[in-house]
Design a protein around this ligand. Structure first.
Ligand SMILES: NC(=O)c1ccc[n+]([C@@H]2O[C@H](COP(=O)([O-])OP(=O)(O)OC[C@H]3O[C@@H](n4cnc5c(N)ncnc54)[C@H](O)[C@@H]3O)[C@@H](O)[C@H]2O)c1
Length: 259
């Protein structure tokens, strides 16, 4: 086990699977203690037990990030179990994809409640403790959708653009208090969410092949590859990185079109 995150007590939302779970595993390997949250309590429990059996110091609880009182309780219970939270990974997020005029108000509200307000709720819950302690690190898992648009994915990219805006705003606001706030922008990552997306097409294999062909390296990222960048950004190895966004997309978003 490495020690790059020793003395970090990291709250991770959406930690039951995918990118959040990979970040939890990578942070444990680097010596962090973990507060793991997810709305899927059964899956979270299974994965948390597996991590604990592997030696992780952790507290886990089922909570939806749209439930502000639940988040406050989770942070309080988590701090009692592992110590005050000094790092937060806002990872929980959902795809809400539509043609703009086909979208109903409920979809708009669900998208922003989870992808933006939920992240803000977690920030506002842990920030006072970080400021009082003299510092901390917040990492918002954004997306290449935070600065590019794919038609018919409305309003998900709007929420991710706003998450990037919140990253900059909070990063500036609390820099003098020692709190760093950054964003990480993955492109396509091989998680259940992406498999579900492929399966939503009549020919899932063709949809997958089309996605891979978009990428300069003809493959998409593994969750573990995103976690490697997350560990760096939470760690003390980049103390002057603040209010910015690191793109981890294999070059996807800088090409004019696929070769
Ligand atoms: N997979 C990708 O290709 C990709 C690309 C770019 C950005 N992202 C972002 O990365 C993050 C994680 O994505 P993933 O692919 O690992 O997703 P995933 O669907 O595999 O896992 C997300 C987890 O978050 C939990 N969750 C969802 N809404 C929640 C809520 N309201 N409260 C608490 N928990 C909640 C789910 O139960 C699930 O366990 C998201 O913010 C997503 O937008 C993913």
């Amino acid at each position: 086990m490495g020690g790059r995150l020793q003395n970090k007590r990291i709250m991770i939302t959406g930690a039951a699977q995918g990118i959040g779970l990979a970040i939890a595993e990578a942070c444990h390997r680097e010596g962090a203690s973990l507060l793991l949250l997810d709305r899927d309590g059964a899956l979270l429990g299974t994965e948390a037990e597996r991590l604990a059996a592997a030696g992780a110091t952790l507290f886990h609880t089922a909570v939806d990030i749209t439930d502000a009182a639940g988040i406050a309780q989770a942070v309080s219970d988590g701090a009692a179990a592992i110590g005050p939270i000094n790092a937060l990974v806002n990872n929980a997020g959902i795809n809400v994809f539509s043609e703009p005029l086909a979208m109903d108000d409920a979809a708009w509200e669900r998208c922003f409640d989870v992808n933006l307000k939920g992240a803000w709720t977690c920030c506002r819950t842990v920030l006072p403790g970080m400021i009082e302690a003299g510092g901390g690190a917040i990492l918002n898992i954004a997306s290449t959708h935070a600065f590019t648009i794919i038609p018919h994915t409305f309003p998900y990219p709007l929420a991710k653009h706003a998450l990037l805006g919140m990253t900059k705003a909070l990063g500036l606001e609390y820099a003098a208090k020692g709190v760093r706030v950054n964003a990480l922008a993955p492109g396509y990552v091989a998680t259940q969410k992406v498999i579900d997306y492929w399966n939503s097409f009549p020919d899932p294999d063709a949809a997958k092949a089309e996605t891979l062909a978009l990428h300069p390296g003809r493959r998409i990222a593994s969750p573990e590859e995103i976690a490697l960048a997350a560990v760096f950004m939470i760690s003390d190895e980049c103390p002057f990185m603040n209010a910015t966004c690191l793109t981890v997309d294999g070059g996807l978003s800088v090409q004019q079109h696929p070769a």
